[in-house]
Design a protein. Sequence first.
Length: 213
Amino acid sequence: MRSVIFDLDGTLVDSLPGIEYSARTAIGSVLPGVPMPDLKAIIGPPVAAMFARLWPDLDPEKMAQLVAAFRSHYVEKGCLDSRPFPGVTETLSRLQAAGLRMLVLTNKPVAPTNTILGTLGLAEFFTGVLAPDSPESPFASKPDGARALMRRFALDPGQTTLVGDGADDAAAADACGFRFIAAAYGYGAAAETAATRVEKFSDIEGYLLSVPA
């Protein structure tokens, strides 16, 4: 392996506490009296898609207000509640020392993504970070984002692995011919069908460094 693309939420960081914090604040403001739903099983897609799954019949104006309230709170406060999963910093350091080029592909907007990576001391490990609203290569889906990274960094599919927890991460790897590792400890269901899965982040190291180029 020469290059590794990591998903963010549910793969590198446990962002559930911050997402719940901002969702609770937004729901209380826009939909007072509506109970706080269980978000763990639906984290991964952009927040607008996440809320649409929860309230498919919500008035479009209310939905827009809800999304705006969430994003405003999350970029200022909620994202600061993210934490790296156990072993992330140490493992990334060893992968970097081994010469692997590492990238991030996320559905999270670029501002909170950069805040999370910078605050947690993870930004230094990554050559590139791509989010849906990244000015250089905006994208509408994870497969589109993966293709943009492949073009931008001239990634060789046979020497590139994508690591993520969601079905869209698996689809992104498949669209580009990348190897895929499912983060079974994350929020998504990719591990249910993936050929390769890891139960903890540090397990990724052995796989990446043992696959011949």
